[in-house]
Design a protein around this ligand. Structure first.
Ligand SMILES: C[S@@+](CC[C@H](N)C(=O)[O-])C[C@H]1O[C@@H](n2cnc3c(N)ncnc32)[C@H](O)[C@@H]1O
Length: 338
């Protein structure tokens, strides 16, 4: 076990990050066919991505989203997360797939009404606006990126949400909210950035009102087999490269999250593995990053964004190998005292 008890690999970039880059829009749905020839892409990427590390995790993530969010919004719109593309369903746009991801996540948790939510790692506020429209709820969004907080506020004001929605720079590991404040605690693809998963889940549970719901949608590594102590060295090496390029801290498995939910008084816990359902995503972003608009946008955005784009094939490879998982974990805070 690692420093937080969940580090399965040798995370050389554990103290740094610039976050993951999920760039470029692809309008037409396409299953990815990206394969990485063993060692070849890695050998190209390593010397490039190790340049320009940020001094620490939080400032790295803030700088990454400050730099890349405008391009992302231009190409993809207001949601900065994977889409949900179930096999056999009719083709849909990436934007619809992203909205479907939100809807499917709500279904897993059985959420049918929300009054007051927190959007943990809110990006430019896409989830908050969508959920506020759907439920009429209030939302407080937090992000590490000052530019995201400002943009989330500007869009929400322009769209007439008034004081229903507010966005600020704050750390998910030390949330500026009273305990028991929210009936929905929402974390859409921010958990992978958290260097202390234990603290992360305990903060999610703390700010949730008794009887309220916590939803975490996040990247995980595969669940270890019985008797397995750690990921295989070649798996650890692949994740190391991704962490190095995106400055992500240690990953954990969905089983680790389940344990943390249980340990924090969350009940009715549900988990899902949607690795298959999100599989078109990385192929789509890679294909569009290679268009002239994508390449120009990346060059304009800057080095941190380019660095993330260079590692996208490794994300596709991680999913293909069954090493990287896309998981949903939901739970309800027990109404009884712990
Ligand atoms: C991939 S974006 C997802 C944005 C948004 N949830 C969405 O789906 O559109 C990840 C977000 O997590 C935020 N984040 C990462 N680490 C954080 C932390 N420690 N505290 C607060 N926000 C964090 C980033 O600032 C960014 O807004």
């Amino acid at each position: 076990m690692g420093p937080q008890g969940f580090c399965r690999t040798r995370f050389t970039a554990a103290d740094h990050y610039s976050a993951h880059c999920k760039p470029m829009l692809m309008q037409k749905r396409k299953r990815p066919t990206v394969m990485v020839r063993a060692g070849f892409v890695e050998s190209l990427i390593k010397p490039i991505t190790t340049l320009g590390k940020m001094p620490d995790l939080k400032s790295g993530i803030a700088a990454f989203y400050d730099e890349s969010s405008e391009l992302w919004e231009k190409m993809w719109g207001e949601h900065m997360h994977h889409g949900y593309y179930p096999k056999g369903a009719p083709p849909k746009s990436n934007q619809q797939a992203q909205v479907d991801m939100i809807e499917e996540s709500l279904k897993v948790a059985g959420v049918s009404a929300v009054r007051n939510m927190v959007d943990v790692g809110c990006g430019i506020g896409g989830s908050s606006r969508y959920l506020s429209r759907k439920f009429g709820c209030r939302s407080n969004g937090i992000t590490l990126s000052p530019k995201q907080a400002a943009r989330a506020t500007a869009i929400s004001q322009a769209e007439g949400f008034g004081d229903k929605l507010s966005f600020q720079v704050a750390d998910a590991l030390a949330q500026p909210f009273e305990s028991g404040s929210f009936d929905l605690v929402w974390s859409m693809e921010s958990g992978e950035h958290m260097p202390d998963k234990r603290r992360f889940v305990s903060e999610l549970a703390r700010v949730c009102v008794p009887g309220g719901v916590v939803i975490v949608v996040t990247w995980c590594h595969r669940v270890l087999a019985p008797g397995e102590e750690a990921l295989r060295p070649e798996e650890a090496a692949l994740l190391d490269r991704i962490c190095e390029a995106y400055y992500l801290p240690a990953w954990c498995s969905v089983a680790d999250y389940k344990q943390l939910f249980e340990g924090n008084g969350l009940v009715d816990i549900q988990t899902r593995d949607w690795s298959e359902e999100v599989s078109p995503f990385w192929g789509a972003v890679i294909a569009t990053a290679l268009t002239s608009e994508g390449v120009t946008g990346l060059l304009r955005a800057g080095w941190t964004t380019i660095k993330g784009a260079l590692v996208m094939p490794l994300m596709a490879e991680g999913f293909r190998r069954g090493l990287i998982k896309f998981n949903v974990i939901t739970g309800r805070k027990s109404a009884a005292p712990l």
